[in-house]
Design a binder for this molecule. Structure first.
Ligand code: GLY
Length: 350
């Protein structure tokens, strides 16, 4: 088992290794001493992993479990309230802890619940998707969606530990694995580390532990410099995401985050090329990697509606829409565009 220490306002470790979920009780016991644990999961992950985690934790802790419906549509205030009411009705106190077992939705809403319940209690992330291991579980961003847009309600609340069992990603259904690939490809676009070449050459699955580690190390580096997204570096993790969040919102969250990010990476690379910042070779490489991960689809929305959805993005200011665009593989920059410029660019590229 490897430990990657995240040195932010609250220092914690990401534990990484094959089969380590079997030791989740020891790992959790080594970092916090809760009296009770609430396992939060969804109705798909429950039978796959959460029941198992519940059984293991029950030998050392008093455990309650709360199951939400799988999918982005659950990431809302009603589900958040139901988790908080569950904690209160089961007499959870600040001495206790939450453990999220699931993908990004479960992790984000559990983190937000932990940050709000009694003004904050400990929580542990056990991500069960590639996407959550490589991105959502590390860094302390918590959120639910509002009807106006994605992740508009949230806090920064760091977990006490993240337990990444790489055996789990090896057993993922191929479509769920591929969705995670969008965030993995994104890491190489932010800082060149050979991932896109490995995707194109079909060498990801054989080296998945190393790939997950590279993504976590990139994230560590960025959030240690800009934990609260104040100085600008953390925004770079949002390359592809301005377009992606608009696609997700317009689809009423039926198009998954991973698929939307895949297309967001391509469209934003094409926008950068049209603006004269990146060359065709870069666009082609990104497109090839996204297609190879089976994340390519035709965008079913018109540019006007996409821009309308983008106007609510958290990164915007002064009515300008913020994008993090690639210059080349390994180098991105932030640019703010007016809604009119954005609509023209989107009309040109899709
Ligand atoms: N998922 C982007 C971030 O953690 O900042």
């Amino acid at each position: 088992m490897k430990n990657i220490t995240i040195n932010v306002s609250k220092k914690y470790d990401v534990f990484l290794g094959d089969g380590i979920i079997a030791s989740c009780d020891e790992i959790i016991g080594s970092v916090i001493s809760p009296k009770k644990i609430a396992v939060i999961t969804d109705d798909i992950v429950d039978t796959l992993y959460a029941e198992y985690v519940e059984r293991i934790l029950s030998s050392n802790f008093s455990v309650k479990k709360y199951v939400i419906k799988n999918g982005e549509a659950s990431k809302n205030i009603d589900t958040l309230t139901s988790i908080l009411e569950f904690l209160a009705s089961n007499d959870f106190t600040r001495e206790d802890a939450l453990v999220s077992v699931g993908g990004g939705v479960v992790g984000d809403i559990t983190g937000l619940s932990a940050s709000l319940y009694m003004r904050g209690i400990n929580f542990i992330q056990i991500p069960t998707t590639l996407l959550a291991m490589c991105d959502a579980s590390v860094g302390g961003k918590t959120a639910v969606n509002l009807k106006y847009g994605k992740n508009l309600m949230g806090t920064f609340w760091q977990p006490s530990a993240v337990i990444c069992d790489t055996e789990i990603v090896k057993n993922l259904p191929v479509d769920i694995f591929n969705e995670g690939m969008a965030e993995v490809i994104k890491c190489d676009i932010i800082r060149k580390c050979g991932i896109i070449d490995a995707v194109i050459e079909d060498k990801i699955k054989d080296n998945i532990e190393a790939v997950v580690e590279k993504c976590i190390l990139l994230k560590k580096d960025i959030i240690e410099k800009d934990e609260f997204e104040k100085s600008g570096q953390r925004k770079f993790l949002n390359v592809g995401h301005t377009v992606a969040h608009a696609i997700e919102k317009l689809s009423d969250y039926k198009i998954s985050h991973g698929s939307a990010v895949g297309m967001g990476l391509i469209i934003e690379a094409q926008m950068s090329k049209k603006l004269g910042y990146c060359d065709n070779k870069t666009v082609e490489k990104i497109t090839k990697a996204v297609k190879k991960s089976n994340l390519y689809f035709d965008i079913p929305y018109n540019p006007k509606d996409m821009v309308c959805a983008m106007k609510k993005d958290k990164k915007n200011d002064n009515n300008l829409i913020s994008f993090v665009l690639p210059k080349q593989i390994g180098e991105c920059f932030e640019i703010k565009l007016s809604p009119e410029e954005t609509e023209n660019l989107i009309s040109f590229v899709i």
